[in-house]
Design a binder for this molecule. Structure first.
Ligand code: SAH
Length: 335
């Protein structure tokens, strides 16, 4: 039994079943027992592996995108902000590419986890940190380029299901000391077509803030596990992963990663006009990851198979190439 389970049961006993969003918030971000607060979950010894941890090629291709955005902004000094930078690997790989191209970004990280801030500090000297995007200062004549990989999927999500009685919230309750799923009372509003819905007020807040910051000149690139209208899943998407395996989200709260699949059509609407959605595989191919893999393999022939495997993992349709998507918006500004 975890300490967090006691806290969650006590809250349910006091105020009734809680929303999935509250449950996620406690599991992932409780200051003392939250999943991200207590550990570095990334990599082979952890619970899951993200694209930047698969290969340096991922961060290098994102660095090329940032360089293109920077060129569109007039190659002026700029601030590079990453949301939820994990171990700092992506930022280190992007900055290496940017430095080679003559760009020298002012780097900020938005990170709540002290453990991961420490990891980021070792990889990205000179970076500065904030707990939330709103707390990163805005500076006149310093346009911002904002990047987030696997950040939105960890933000708290509110779930609803359509039942014969109407739309009901999907909630976490307790029965005989165990956590169980349940449904709240019918809610008269018509939420969406289909029979399920997931919305994240926190994610909406972050994406609106990104839009506000880049609307007059700037750029953003969001990459995540998610869907559009053409591959919308058939039901609620919250999932738990522990030790590189699917787990029950209600089992061992605070000990597993919890994520949902991001609705890219919705995110594109919030991010503003010109926001473009692409599958991750196609995006990386367009930035030249195939040529980069060849160059790396030529330079280290004994690693050629390993590099080919990494390329496949990042881009193949049956791997991360399709279910991961990119959303980008570049606003050249009015210089
Ligand atoms: N982008 C990294 C890590 C993804 S894991 C990678 O691709 O490897 C999610 C990251 O978001 C972690 O760094 C986690 O600590 C951070 N995070 C989660 N919720 C957050 C929040 N509400 N505010 C700031 N950072 C958050």
């Amino acid at each position: 039994m975890t300490a967090l389970l006691d806290i969650i049961r006590a809250e349910i006993a006091a105020t009734g079943p809680m929303s999935t969003a509250r449950y996620m918030e406690l599991c992932l971000a409780h200051p003392k027992h939250g999943y991200y607060m207590t550990r570095d979950p990334l990599g082979a010894a952890g619970d899951f592996t993200t694209a930047p941890e698969v290969s340096q090629m991922f961060g290098e291709m994102l660095g090329i995108w940032v360089a293109e955005a920077w060129t569109a902004l007039g190659a002026v000094p700029f601030r590079l902000i990453e949301l939820g930078p994990g171990r700092g690997t992506l930022m280190a790989d992007m900055v290496r590419v940017l430095t080679r191209m003559g760009a020298d970004p002012d780097v900020w990280m938005v990170e709540t986890s002290p453990t991961l801030r420490d990891a980021q500090a070792t990889r990205v000297p000179g970076a500065r940190w904030a707990d939330r995007l709103e707390a990163v200062p805005q500076t006149p004549n310093l346009p911002e380029i904002i990047v987030a990989n696997e950040f939105f999927d960890a933000l708290p999500v509110v779930q609803h299901l359509r039942t014969p009685k109407g739309w009901c919230e999907h909630q976490v309750g307790a029965k005989d000391g165990r956590l169980v799923w349940g449904l709240g009372p019918p809610n008269p509003s018509r939420l969406t077509p289909g029979d399920w819905s997931e919305t994240s007020p926190v994610a909406n807040g972050v994406s609106s803030e990104i839009r506000r910051r880049i609307d007059q000149g700037g750029a953003a690139l969001i990459i995540d596990y998610g869907y559009t209208a053409s591959d919308r899943p058939s039901g609620l998407t919250l999932q738990a992963v522990r030790g590189h395996r699917r787990a029950d989200p209600l089992d061992a709260p605070g000990e597993a990663d919890l994520t949902w699949l991001v609705d890219f059509d919705h995110l594109a609407c919030v991010l503003g006009p010109g926001a473009e959605i692409m599958p991750q595989g196609a995006f990386l191919a367009a930035k030249g990851i195939g040529q980069r893999a060849e160059a790396l393999a030529r330079a280290a022939p004994d690693r050629a198979d390993e590099i080919a495997g990494q390329l496949d993992r990042l881009t193949a349709t049956d791997q991360m190439g399709t279910v991961f998507k990119t959303l980008s918006r570049i606003v050249p500004g009015s210089v």
